[in-house]
Design a protein around this ligand. Structure first.
Ligand code: FNR
Length: 338
């Protein structure tokens, strides 16, 4: 069969062999609590490279220790982190996958000791701690940490960088009026709420000339929150700054009821892709080859991010190819039994 899912995708200097992306998923396995890559990460990610995933995006990796979701998150706040990430890259690339890292700061959702930080001192819910409202110096320091993270990601040989701007973490907290009630130049108007992300993108562009993706939560699912239409505008601004692709997720900014069904976020991807004329990735409850094929075939997204189904089946790309009747080359070692 002529498959769109199994055609290459080129962004800047990087060509992926197919449109399948392993969605970033925290493994909470940096068990020494120092942010370093452990054996688990190598086994886990390299298995998906053997399984012929086009792009493997490693999990949310913290640009500052206070920005970790948990103390077992991967980190990239120190030059010492480069070595483990570089070796992980070397191994993932041995099987033809391209690689990406998601640079993250958890903001008010950080679950680590010490102060946690956010644009405004509002907790996520009654069970979570109240964050410290970031000063202008804190903002500068954090923007710089993302830039330093990008520099280290380059030194560790990642092909692509993604900024985590979704799921109610720090960047998302600046974008949404529900979590950003600042009265200075980083709050209030839409332009002001975008300023933190804008400065991060500008800074990253100084040290990184490879493909840059941004993951967004395209819907706050709240009457006073952001809608997919708002994100069409944000995506257009990101495009102007040179962002190559918007990875379109949704929710988790504030506690909210989300209508979940197979492919429930694909319409947001479609809206942003055509509304802002930018490449997008679709994610969320995409589990079959047919579903993924339909999305790419109908130009609803350029890439399909697969999360939990790739946890269940590290060879999901192979399974999807079988389902679609597509020949997918195995690693040579498996030629006799693929
Ligand atoms: C996630 N997700 C996620 N998202 C993200 O942007 N960064 C991350 O580090 C994580 N971590 C994470 C861990 C685990 C164990 C799961 C299951 C999920 C969300 C994930 O990337 C994806 O968007 C969702 O799981 C929806 O896609 P699926 O799983 O329905 O394909």
């Amino acid at each position: 069969m002529n498959s769109a899912l199994f055609t290459p995708f080129t962004v800047k200097n990087v060509t992926m062999k197919n449109r399948i992306v392993m969605s970033p998923m925290c493994m909470y396995s940096s068990h020494k609590e120092d942010g370093h890559v452990q054996d688990w990460h190598v086994t886990h990610y390299v298995s998906r490279a053997v399984g012929q995933v086009g792009l493997i995006m490693i999990e949310a990796t913290a640009v500052l220790p206070e920005g970790r979701i948990s103390s077992k998150d991967l980190g990239i706040w120190n030059d010492d982190h480069i070595r483990g990430l570089k070796e992980l890259n070397r191994q993932m690339k041995m099987y033809g996958s391209k690689t990406a890292i998601q640079l993250a700061h958890a903001g008010r959702k950080a679950m680590v000791d010490g102060d946690i930080f956010a644009p405004s001192a509002i907790p996520f819910n009654e069970k979570m701690r109240t964050p410290v409202e970031m000063s202008l110096d804190d903002i500068k320091h954090t923007v710089n940490a993302f830039v330093e993270g990008a520099r280290r990601a380059k030194e560790a040989h990642f092909d692509i960088i993604e900024l985590h701007g979704a799921h109610g973490y720090l960047i998302n907290e600046f974008l949404s009026p529900l979590t950003n009630q600042r009265t200075d130049e980083y709050g209030g108007s839409k332009e002001n709420r975008y300023r933190f992300l804008k400065e991060i993108i500008d800074g990253v562009n100084q040290v990184w000339d490879g493909p840059l993706f941004v993951r967004v939560s395209a819907n706050d699912y709240h009457p006073e929150g952001l809608s997919p239409e708002d994100y069409v505008e944000y995506a257009a601004w990101m495009k102007e700054q040179g962002v190559d692709l918007i990875d379109v997720s949704s929710g988790a900014v504030v506690p909210a009821a989300i209508p979940v069904f197979p492919g429930y976020q694909v319409t947001f991807s479609e809206k942003i892709k055509h509304g802002a004329a930018i490449s997008t990735g679709a994610v969320g409850l995409i589990t079959t080859g047919i579903q993924a094929e339909e999305i790419v075939q109908n130009n609803r997204a350029d890439l399909v991010f697969i999360g939990r189904e790739l946890l269940r089946d590290p060879y999901w790309a192979r399974s999807a190819a079988k389902e679609l009747n597509v020949e997918l080359a195995p690693p040579v070692q498996y030629e006799r039994g693929w």
